[in-house]
Design a protein around this ligand. Structure first.
Ligand code: NAD
Ligand code: UGA
Length: 469
């Protein structure tokens, strides 16, 4: 590639902003587009508007120093000025769980309006998670209708699903396990493959090499799989569904292990994880999965399948088991201290996982709801997510927020550890002794239970079948 293509990212959310910033860091001229003026303003100031490790210094560099990334609300105008557009807009759930495509349709319309005025070939790449058939049936159709141009002739079209994890998004973008390229036609796929080649193995002088030093890992072109548009769309749903199912599976087994004295789910997980056909990832039993995608995507593919006349039983169980797991945290507390009415319950961790302030579908929301239904008094601490938690209508003003771990634990009847932040992992049995009754429900299995029990903490771990004394 002689000159790097200019790229617009439609949607400056988690995926759009992180991807645009990494492309910018690797020398591409990138423009992040959004309908939200505050987000655009924030990016142009070099400020991240959500918490993500490493993103703030990266933005400062690519926006303010290298000037490779800018943001804009002039969507059509900026698409027109670039060669490639990645669609990264949100695909939220409708009430019935199905995938809401309104932002995707709007984005396709804007791309079509830009392409109507453009002579040169433009490549459109969908990164948003969309139900099978959307790229061809909705995006292609909308762009063609608006632009009066033809896919495969005047513009290229690919579907390249995104697999990054929140909290590890920079690493995941630089070192993905693989790249899936769903292609409308061969030239579209080849063009996108070239762009990724440039991103990972292009002119090294252009690159910021600090990542290789930080992660002690060379950046190379990942394995690439070229598929049809629909296959690529399916890979994304199958991927998230499989991982979510793996978590529900281990949680199901955790519930069995709790009933067998002397059995610890962590040891069982370790045992099965050594089988390379299973592997050890995503076998951490606990309070269940949350986040912006697993719950949304599993429900969306269930709804999609139902609309096609098939009711997917495993996936429905994945959701049901996950829901039960939040309840199980509360049951474990009740089994230990009896009725919860009027009891002071300390919650450690609110975000759906450590390393993010994201509260979307966080297990803490369901757990706190159950506790409030039982008329418990809830006090919670989270190192990053309190401001976001306050915005969640079900819990917002209904609980108290502590400003320190100490304040949260002081005088509590029971503590539920819900999110495994590093600062919680470092707590010692001594720290729990300021509770009224030092009872700990370890919902993420972060502590050495021998140590905690030996030091007088009434310790209960998810998936831990303790031997009778
Ligand atoms: P998000 O909600 O954080 O951001 C989407 C952005 O798109 C918002 O800022 C919104 O204002 C903007 N937008 C809406 N309509 C627009 C338009 N017409 N033009 C330009 N901008 C517009 O979403 P996200 O978390 O970045 O997710 C985006 C997609 O990627 C979703 O389909 C999601 O399922 C998928 N995904 C997300 C993750 C993740 O970790 N968050 C990982 C993999 C895949
Ligand atoms: C997940 C996937 O891992 C990404 O590949 C995908 O791109 C993304 O969804 C998406 O489509 O948005 P993310 O939601 O950021 O990423 O977080 P994960 O690290 O996967 O964790 C999801 C939830 O599962 C968390 O609540 C976490 O606590 C829980 N989890 C994870 C477990 O309970 N046990 C485990 O062993 C692993």
């Amino acid at each position: 590639m002689n000159k790097l293509p200019r790229i617009t990212f439609a949607g400056t959310g988690f995926v759009g902003l992180v991807t645009a910033a990494i492309f910018a860091d690797r020398g591409f001229e990138t423009i992040a587009l959004d309908v939200n003026k505050e987000r655009v303003h924030s990016v142009n100031q070099g400020r991240a508007f959500f918490f993500e490790p490493g993103l703030q210094p990266l933005l400062k560099r690519v926006v303010l120093e290298d000037k490779k990334l800018s943001a804009s609300i002039k969507i059509v105008e900026k698409i027109l000025a670039t060669d490639i557009t990645f669609i990264c807009v949100g695909t939220p759930s409708r009430k019935d769980g199905s995938c809401d495509l309104k932002y995707v349709k709007q984005s396709a319309k804007q791309i079509g309006q830009a392409l109507a005025q453009k002579e040169d070939y433009h490549l459109v790449v969908v990164k948003s998670t969309i139900i099978p058939g959307t790229t061809r049936g909705v995006i292609k159709e909308t762009i063609e209708l608006e632009s009066r141009k033809t896919a495969g002739e005047d513009f290229g079209l690919c579907m390249a699903p995104e697999f990054l994890r929140e909290g590890k998004s920079i690493f995941d973008t630089l070192y993905p396990d693989r790249i899936i390229i769903g292609q409308f036609d061969e030239p579209s796929g080849t063009k996108l493959n070239e762009v990724f080649n440039e991103l990972y193995e292009g002119d090294k002088d252009q690159f910021n090499s600090q990542w290789e030093e930080i992660y002690h890992k060379e950046i190379v072109m990942p394995t690439t799989l070229r598929l049809s548009l629909e296959e690529a769309e399916c890979v994304k749903y199958a991927n998230n569904s499989f991982l979510a199912t793996k978590i529900s599976f281990i949680n199901e087994f955790a519930n069995i292990c709790e009933r067998i004295p002397g059995v610890d789910i962590n040891k069982v997980a370790q045992g099965i994880g050594l089988d390379h056909r299973i592997n050890s990832q995503f076998l951490r039993a606990g309070a269940g999965f949350g986040g912006s995608c697993f719950p949304k995507d599993v429900r969306a593919i269930i709804q999609f399948a139902k609309n096609k006349g098939y009711s997917p039983k495993i996936l429905q169980s994945t959701i049901a088991t996950n829901k039960h797991q939040a309840k199980r945290m509360v049951e474990l507390a009740e089994e230990k201290i009896g009725g919860l009415e009027g009891k002071r319950v300390a919650i450690l961790g609110l975000s759906f996982k450590p390393g993010t302030n994201d509260m979307r579908h966080a297990p803490s929301i369901k757990i706190i709801n159950y506790l409030l239904e039982k008329k418990a008094t809830v006090i919670a601490f989270d190192p990053q997510a309190v401001a976001e938690a306050k915005k969640v209508k079900e819990i917002g003003e209904n609980i108290t927020y502590a400003t320190t771990i100490k304040e949260c634990l002081k005088g509590a009847d029971v503590c539920l550890l819900v999110t495994e932040w590093q600062e919680f992992k470092e707590l010692q049995p001594e720290d729990f002794k300021q509770m009224k009754t030092p009872t700990l429900i370890d919902g993420r299995r972060v502590y050495d239970y021998h140590d905690f029990l030996a030091q007088g903490i009434d310790y209960v771990g998810v998936g831990l079948g303790l031997k009778e004394e």
